[in-house]
Design a protein around this ligand. Structure first.
Ligand code: SF4
Length: 218
């Protein structure tokens, strides 16, 4: 969103409070240097809803995005030091943060959804992890899951039972994966995206806010 009263960065930190950046190919070195570790990243899977900078609302993304996580349960970027009002990785901040000028957002808008990284750019081809991610995508596609929230569907009752079932199978899948591969829970949102339970809760919040029976089609 454009800020009208300033023409340079006043280090207010508002941009960092609104959420961490999505990563682009220019940021791959930060991952290789472990400045951006899977613990501090999460994946937005194809078919999830994302905020569009030019539209007042959410759009269904047709591509995967890797983003820097929020701190605890907030959207505030995990690298933002609220006390110092400073970025903990300022010299190594991702490209979206480098180009962001809230008083003149055109460069940031140009970058939206362009040249973004996905898990396949980071996780080696042919690895067991890649294989597990493909299995997960087949079993729990985000777009199909969120489509089940279309309450105008005559099959809503069936859908709500199917949603609960998928959420519980998702939890078991993740628990088994962590146990079998010794992966920390903090990395799971990067490898498999957010839990279906979290997507469902976000969707419910979104639907309640809109007091609508369905989310918009795209
Ligand atoms: S990486 Fe740094 S500059 Fe970018 S949103 Fe996070 S705290 Fe702000």
């Amino acid at each position: 969103m454009k800020s009208d009263n300033i023409n340079s960065c006043i280090r207010c930190g508002k941009c960092c409070l609104n959420g961490g950046p999505a990563l682009h190919h220019e940021d791959i070195g930060l991952i290789h240097k472990n400045i951006l570790h899977p613990n501090c990243l999460f994946t937005i899977r194809s078919g999830e809803l994302v905020c569009h900078p030019l539209e007042e609302g959410l759009i269904k993304t047709g591509q995967e995005l890797i983003k820097v996580k929020g701190a605890e349960d907030s959207w505030t970027c995990i690298f933002f030091d609220q006390k110092e009002v400073a970025c903990n990785i300022y010299k190594n901040r991702p490209i979206e943060c480098r180009v962001l000028k809230c008083w003149e957002p055109s460069e940031s808008i140009d970058l939206f959804m362009r040249g973004t990284l996905s898990r396949s750019d980071i996780i080696p081809d042919g690895s067991i992890l890649n294989e597990m991610i493909s299995i997960y995508e087949e079993r729990f596609p985000a777009g199909e899951f969120l489509d089940m929230f279309n309450k105008t569907s005559r099959r809503w009752e069936e859908n709500s039972i199917a949603i609960s079932k998928m959420i519980s199978i998702d939890i078991s899948f993740r628990d088994k994966f962590m146990e079998s591969f010794g992966v920390e829970e903090a990395q799971m949102e990067f490898f498999f995206g957010r839990r279906l339970k979290d997507l469902a809760e976000a969707m419910e919040r979104c639907l309640t806010k809109r007091a609508s029976k369905s989310y918009p089609t795209f």
